[in-house]
Each structure stands twice: as structure tokens, then as C-alpha cells.
Design a protein around this ligand. Sequence first.
Ligand SMILES: [Zn+2]
Length: 176
Amino acid sequence: MAATRKPVVEVRRSQRRRRTVSAYRDGERVVVLIPDQFSRAEETEWVDKMLARLAAREQRLSRSDAELQARSQRLIGQYLAEFARTAQPASVRWVTNQTGRWGSCTPADRSIRISHRIQEMPDWVIDYVLLHELAHLVVPNHNARFWALVGRYPKTERARGYLEGVAATTGVVLAD
Ligand SMILES: [Zn+2]
């Protein structure tokens, strides 16, 4: 991932604020509102923290259906190149009505749906879930050939472990 350019930060101290810190983007600048009583060290700590939160929020917002489509093309090119036509989805989109599944694929109409539950997960986990569904366009069931395709992605095992961990703590059953 490209290094994020540090934005210009404007810190505003407020006597009315006691503990709450907030931040928002204002054009090229980021305005961070902190309590007046904060020390310099606290200010630095909170500015870093708020910049990270803002970046994470903006990244989540950028995870649109269009981005999912672009991600599909990249994954096909990287891992399913010889199936470039077969693995091509007719549609790929985020859905909120999918419980108990991270992703699903309907080979009949070549549509792929990805659960919004993974929208805030790391990129490499989203890549795994999406590649898994793309591979189903080539091989509909979970046979050895299917896993050989998905296994081309180097972080498959790690991503599966991550999702199993999330499933264990949230009660969401891992299914695909
Ligand atoms: Zn599957």
C-alpha cells in the first residue's frame, strides 16, 4: 500500500471540551478539536489517533461496489489469469442481507455478493473472500481443484484463520 501523505493538521483547543476529541476534514486540512487542558504529549497522541481513525473511515467509504469490481479484475489478473473469461462476474456487490456468509456466488447468473460484515476487515481478508467467490465461477464446488485455485493466493490460510477467529467471537458461522 502506498504511504499515506500526512495532511496539514490544525489543532483547535476548546475550553468547553473536557475529554472529547473530534476531527474532520476541511479541504486539504484536518481540523482536530481537543480540550484546552491537554498537554503537548496528549495533543500529539490524539492527533495521530484521530488521523488514523479518519483515514480508516475514509478507506471504508471508498469500499464501494465499483471498488469491488476493480478489485475483482486485479485478482483475476493475478491469480486466475488463464480463466479470465470464465472467472468474469456479471455483477459483484456489497450486501447487507447476508447472514452467516462472508460471500456468495450464483454461477447461473454469475453474480457475486460480499457481506458488509467484512467491509471493515483488512484488505487481504477481503481479497481472499472475493477470490474465493471468483474461483466458484470456475469451479462451483469445494473440490481439490477449487482449493488449488484459491491456494494460489498466498494469504488464503491466514485469511481463513482470521475469519474463523471472527466467527468464533461473533457467532457468525463461517460458510461460503
Ligand atoms: Zn465456497
